[in-house]
Design a protein around this ligand. Structure first.
Ligand SMILES: CC1=C(/C=C/C(C)=C/C=C/C(C)=C/C=O)C(C)(C)CCC1
Ligand SMILES: [Fe+2]
Length: 515
């Protein structure tokens, strides 16, 4: 089978590194004479680096979504995306037919799955935040069937950042809008495989709802991009960055994009929800913090009756505005300064606290500068500790997900939307290691543990580096995760796009080729 284009690796690749680094992101922003408004609208472009016997192979392919095919066929944008409303949108016929109930006015969304990669058993999917995911072949990058979550669970959208348990089950969350008069956040579990005897095997048919959390507001559910898990709990943060359902239901006729249906209510609070995985019940205490906007959870864990969780938060929603293509023009590094720097915040929430504690007392008993103040009505107001600033696209050693951990690998974003460095941050000592070179725009760094790993950072870090100067060739960079020193790089003399998220698939997790 064709493995892609081979490139020379300069340096020393660990011999155990065998498998595929598979990444996703927006790749095509212009179709015919039409251009999307927002960077998150671009047609999904998958790319992969295959590591085989010391060699590195590169390939890339557009996701052949229905959206891609409709657009290419029409030679213009005909399907609406996050920042671009398109006319006529073939998906919207369904919308026009079903205008009778508010619950039916949420139109069919795009299947342009450009954000991340998800694994179910032996299968891989490109994901976004709508109700659709697209199966892909991780070796050839071919597009396979479309899966509609809403056929299996009542959700209108689901996150692109699912979690996995040690048995390989997927845990994900989605929002169910005005269904049977209620808007809720639904937590669901997908097993890695379907029973052997089943004819048309689909793990989605075996999807199970774990529980649902009612939205505080019927017509203004929170927007969320990720959630957290610990050994015993699911951590869901209901932020005051919200979808406006009436605006969404009328967006098409008003000629505005989906992005304009999102609003930050800075006068509101941010509510924390903790769901016990065993009982599937929510912890009844009301925990909250000040208004904020955030996208990525880093990790969460339990310690001495507390839940500790780390997220990257903002003081406004300028992140989404920054990625309008008009703001990402030629001199964007100079012209497009962020108004809110990404801040890595740690919340320490006491689940088991002294019920007789006085109003006004801090219930955090761990050594920490965070606070959780008991209020008159029994709710608890939490204030975080700032771990560091200027990082985004965080990754961890996933073997430590839900557990006490030390290391975050992330991109460094200072005063520009495009990262110029990657970092390794020790959440305990606050030490930070950097990697950066002139003209380099590195992608989300992915940690791959070595097979004989004993410590959390025994392994390597992979990142794709795009050059700000188009005359220079991009490369795949391999760093030693412990020292953050370069082990080597494969210079790939191709046009490479800036991407979002991805995963490393070890060789042993790849289906053996039968074709
Ligand atoms: C199309 C569409 C959506 C798409 C959202 C996207 C594409 C978000 C991407 C977020 C990223 C990449 C964040 C990074 O931190 C919504 C608003 C869910 C709902 C309406 C239809
Ligand atoms: Fe993300």
């Amino acid at each position: 089978m064709d493995t892609g284009i081979s490139f020379l690796f300069i340096g020393q690749l660990p011999t155990w590194l065998q498998g595929i680094l598979l990444r996703n992101g927006p790749g095509m922003h212009t179709i015919g004479d039409t251009t999307y408004n927002h960077w998150f609208d671009g047609l999904a472009l998958l790319h992969s680096f295959t590591f085989k016997n010391g060699e590195v192979y590169y390939r890339s392919k557009y996701l052949r979504s229905d959206t891609y095919n409709y657009n290419v066929e029409a030679n213009r944008i005909v399907v609406s995306e996050f920042g671009t409303m398109a006319y006529p949108d073939p998906c919207k016929n369904i919308f026009a037919k079903a205008f009778s109930y508010l619950s039916h006015t949420i139109p069919e969304f795009t299947d342009n799955c450009l954000i991340n990669i998800m694994k179910t058993g032996d299968d891989f999917y490109a994901t976004s935040e709508t109700n659709f995911i697209r199966k892909i072949n991780p070796q050839t990058l071919e597009t396979l069937e479309k899966v509609d979550y809403s056929k299996y669970v009542a959700v209108n959208m689901a996150t692109s950042h699912p979690h996995y348990d040690s048995a390989g089950n997927i845990l994900n969350m989605g929002t169910s809008i005005v269904d049977k008069g209620k808007t809720k956040y639904v937590l669901f579990k997908i097993p890695p495989s379907a029973p052997e005897k089943e004819e048309k095997k689909s793990c989605f048919k075996h999807l199970e709802v774990v529980c649902s959390i009612p939205s505080r507001s019927l017509l203004h559910p929170s927007y969320y991009h990720s959630f957290g898990i610990t050994e015993n709990y699911i951590v869901f943060v209901e932020q005051p960055f919200k979808l406006d359902i009436v605006k969404m239901a009328t967006a098409y006729i008003r000629g505005v994009n989906w992005a304009s249906c999102l609003a930050y209510h800075k006068e509101d609070k941010t509510w924390f929800h903790f769901i016990d995985k065993k009982t599937k019940e929510e912890v009844s205490t009301k925990f909250y913090t000040d208004a904020m906007v955030f996208f990525h959870h880093i990790n969460a864990y339990e310690e001495d009756g507390h839940i500790i969780f780390d997220i990257i938060a903002y003081t406004d929603n300028s992140l989404y505005d920054m990625f309008y293509l008009k703001n990402l023009g030629k001199d964007f590094e100079k012209n497009n300064k962020v108004t809110s720097i990404p801040t890595c915040k740690r919340f320490v929430v006491p689940l088991q606290y002294d019920k007789d504690a006085e109003v006004g007392s801090n219930l955090v008993t761990l050594p920490s500068t965070t606070t959780a103040i008991k209020e008159k009505d029994g709710s608890i107001y939490c204030q975080p500790e700032i771990l560091c600033e200027g990082i985004e696209l965080p990754r961890i050693n996933y073997d430590y997900n839900g557990k006490k951990y030390k290391y975050v690998f992330a991109t460094e974003v200072q005063w520009s939307p495009v990262p110029t460095k990657i970092i390794k941050f020790n959440t305990q000592t606050k030490e930070m290691l950097h990697w950066g070179e002139d003209h380099c725009w590195p992608s989300e760094p992915i940690f791959v543990p070595s097979p004989d790993a004993r410590e959390e950072d025994d392994g390597i870090v992979l990142t794709c580096v795009v050059m700000s100067d188009p005359k220079e060739a991009p490369f795949l960079l391999v760093l030693d995760a412990k020292t953050f020193k370069e082990l080597g790089r494969a210079i790939v003399d191709v046009e490479m796009h800036l991407d979002l998220h991805g995963m490393f698939i070890p060789e042993k997790e790849l289906k053996t080729e039968t074709e």
